[in-house]
Ligand binder design. Sequence first.
Ligand code: ADE
Ligand code: ZN
Length: 329
Amino acid sequence: MTFKSLPKVELHLHLEGAAPPSFIRGLASEKGIDLSGIFKEDGSYAYRDFDHFLQVYEAACTVLTGPEEFRRLTLAVLEESAAHGVVYSETFLSPDFCGGGDVAAWREYLAAMEEAAAEAERTHGITLKGIVTCIRHNGPEQAKSAARCAVETQGDFLTGFGMAGAELMGRPGDFSYSFDMAREAGLHLTCHAGEWGDARMVADTIRDLRPARIGHGINAIQDPALVEKIAEDGIVLEVCPGSNVFLGAAKSWKDHPIRRLRDAGVKVTVSTDDPPFFGTTMTAEFEGLHRAFGWDEADFAELNKTALDAAFTDADTKARIAKLLEPAP
Ligand code: ADE
Ligand code: ZN
């Protein structure tokens, strides 16, 4: 069974983490940078565990030296997403990798990515929106710079603010200033939590940062009262099952909490996170859910609808994308 041609909505994709290894290798050789240590013999990314994954990720980013590299990266990523039926995507963009948090530099990177998004929309019919993410292990001060970049450049393309990185560093409240700044400016909020942190980390994230969506959130399953609250409050989980199984945040597809969360009334969506790092695609995510739980086209239509409702974009864009999700007559 392949679900490749089904239309899909994806909410949780790290732009740099979606870089095809061949793209990064190509840039490295253009620039004479030796990155051989981060690749396996078969050409895929090589790393041992989550912390090492973050190091390899950052090493790959060293070849992304300016706006032009990010323009090309955005095109390469969107071409791949569109090939798997993705019609609407939201991607995490980090000023930390794009000018180090300087607003003027960030504007140039963002313009290049927005230009690539417009080109991909013309050629592949995929719509992209951007979410600025601060990187938790770079600390609260750097996060403020990222939030300032987001606030200064928000608009039709840049619609959200969030946080990724090493979840077990610091507490959510350390980042309140940045999230408050982003919220007051009208940005939509999401935050990684409950991938490595426990249910309390998810609860503290909700209390202190008040995001509409949580990246992963799967460890909320440890606390039934929290699951009930997430369901009642309509907080949406950006679940990435393939990533969780690959990195060991979940034991297996069959044990993955997404089914129990969905059965408990939580709004769940499905995304790839960093697809080439985890050997996944949106097609593979749907196939994995089909094999593990028997989910089928009707289930995927519901996941898409939940994702589109929770998308960080305007009503006109949602209405346009909704038409693309309708089954062919
Ligand atoms: N950055 C890229 N992928 C990530 C993940 N799965 N968790 C946290 N930070 C990330
Ligand atoms: Zn992520």
